[in-house]
Write a protein that binds this ligand. Structure first.
Ligand code: ADP
Ligand code: MG
Length: 440
């Protein structure tokens, strides 16, 4: 693995790739999805930069944007992509076709089943390096050998279906290398493979990087894989990078609650140092309608409390989840009535209002009575409205009384030093003090 580099203004001109405030949008008749919404990061020659986040967070769209492969209804609508200082969008990628290659998750979608593996490598060699005839053939064999395909002089004439999944992925890497790229974008390159093969492909990428002085953008949803692979990591959530740090620092000292939750879910080999998994409870946002303020606030286990109340953190989370479900109509009183009926062992019609109120509290991790009197009064009032089928009014009440600063203010990035940055409102001085108080 290459050494990680610190970010600095002077160094920025040496960057191989600079992604600066990239915005890629899908506009269909029905909805607008800001799939990548102001993403910035950079990659230096010879290093592996990770991009990690859950499914739908915008990783593949970022990859396709970098390669100029976004199709309608998608479009890059803002920001800059600079490769060796040149603007890729402005120049239409022409100057740098072949300098950036991509390896996708699913080998069979990125390899052509009707041509031999050798033909596909030779085609790339012809386009990108002007190699033809026996030169191209011997280079194709060399490339297959370099990606660890045994018996390459024979296998070069085989078709993709004659290769196993792992061997197909190696062949695809060989095709990508035939362009002689400076940057290899790997979008979930091992996700479709079983664990042993996955480890072999990761080893291969590591070796190639050292031998070919390749830079790699490594994209995955798997924190364990990113920990092994990347020199520096960017964490993406709902189209935005929320944290960036050198890999060791990110895993030992995560600063954004989302990163903290991701890190907490990574299994550790030693059971005595096992991290306690953080369970995220709350509403997963719709890509077409991202939450205001911090996009993670609808699920965050550290979401900031309103200064009007003094509650345990899990209770505050529970109240916000209740508010969200009542407001959106996702909470159905009839269903609650049925759950309560099962609990009480009676017919749904016979369920008391008290039992319904209790069932709601149970489902949202709320106690019989909240310790904060003001919060309890609001909750009791909202529950009364719910049991008398005034869902809309209950929603309005909850929405006006239970408000988090995290939904009102978009957090800026805080610099934690040594290339570590994160965007969380809790890092603001005023909220830092509150945390110290509430930790006592
Ligand atoms: P992932 O992080 O899983 O790779 P993607 O980058 O594929 O996520 O997708 C990011 C968002 O962009 C998702 O909400 C997805 O639905 C949307 N998206 C991706 N491709 C298209 C498309 N062709 N049309 C409309 N929306 C798309
Ligand atoms: Mg993807």
């Amino acid at each position: 693995m290459a050494q990680s580099r610190q970010e600095s203004v002077e160094a920025s001109s040496d960057a191989l790739l600079e992604v600066d405030n990239l915005r890629t949008v899908f506009r269909t008749g029905k909805e607008t999805i800001h799939a990548v919404d102001g993403v910035s990061f950079d990659i230096y020659p010879g290093e592996t930069v990770g991009l990690v986040g859950e499914s739908g967070s915008g990783k593949s769209v970022t990859a396709r944007s970098i390669l100029g492969l976004v199709d309608t209804p998608g479009r890059i609508e803002g920001g800059e992509l600079r490769f060796k200082g040149e603007d890729l969008v402005q120049t239409g990628w022409q100057e740098h076709r072949g300098d950036i290659a991509i390896v996708f998750q699913d080998p069979l979608n990125s390899i052509n089943p009707v041509y031999t593996v050798g033909n596909q490598i030779r085609e790339a060699l012809r386009i990108h390096q002007g190699l033809t005839g026996s030169d191209a053939r011997s280079r194709a064999v060399e490339l297959l050998e370099s990606v660890g395909i045994p018996d390459a002089p024979r296998r070069v004439d085989e078709y993709p279906h004659q290769f196993s999944g792992g061997m197909q992925q190696r062949a695809i890497i060989a095709i990508a290398l035939a362009c002689d790229p400076d940057l290899l974008v790997c979008d979930e390159p091992t996700t479709a493979l079983d664990v042993t093969i996955q480890a072999q492909i990761l080893d291969l990428l590591d070796t190639l990087q050292a031998e070919e002085d390749l830079a790699i953008l490594f994209i995955t949803h798997d924190m364990g894989v990113i920990e092994e692979t990347a020199d520096r990591v960017n964490v993406i959530y709902a189209g935005e990078v929320v944290e960036r740090a050198p890999t060791d620092e990110l895993f030992s000292n995560p600063q954004h609650p989302y990163t903290e939750a991701l890190v907490s879910a990574v299994p550790t080999p030693n059971p005595y140092t096992r991290r306690e998994g953080i369970e995220l409870k709350g509403t997963v946002p719709q890509p077409s309608n991202p939450p205001s303020g911090c996009r993670f606030h609808t699920r965050c286990h550290k979401v900031i409390q309103s200064s009007d109340y003094d509650l345990e953190q899990a209770q505050w989370r529970g109240l916000l989840n209740l508010r969200s479900e009542v407001e959106s109509g996702a909470l159905e009183v009839d269903k609650i009535r049925q759950s309560a009926a099962v609990g009480e062992d009676v017919e749904p019609d016979a369920v008391s209002d008290t039992a319904i109120r209790q069932q709601v509290r149970t489902e949202f991790d709320l106690p019989q009575e909240l310790p904060d009197r003001d919060a309890e009064a609001v909750l009791a009032d909202a529950l009364d409205r719910l049991v008398s089928d005034d869902q809309a009014e209950a929603g309005e009440l909850l929405a006006s009384e239970f408000v988090t600063p995290c939904e009102e203010t978009k957090p800026e990035f805080t610099d934690h030093g040594d290339g570590h940055r994160s965007s969380c409102l809790r890092h603001r001085a005023e909220y830092q003090e509150m945390e110290v108080v509430s930790d006592d």
